[in-house]
Design a protein around this ligand. Sequence first.
Ligand code: FES
Length: 93
Amino acid sequence: MYICSCRPSDQPLTSGGVVEQVAGGASTMADVIERTGAGTNCGGCAKSLSKAKKTVARLAAERDAAAGRRGATWPTHDEFARADSAVSKAVLA
Ligand code: FES
């Protein structure tokens, strides 16, 4: 789902895009915002970004645990789908 439709790059930030940022090393929503510029134009997505903060932190912890447990890249295909859904649900809650 779309979270920020007018970030500076003109590429919408989606729930999957948030997961990709976590996979790339973002550990907080502030990290996601810094990396993507989400929320820095009209501000209309501020509430959505805020609602997903805890989910981003939880996904980052899952990423770190997976790296420690299996030394593998997070997320697997199934983990990506679950993480994408979790971000969407957090925004819609
Ligand atoms: S919708 Fe995110 S800054 Fe406008």
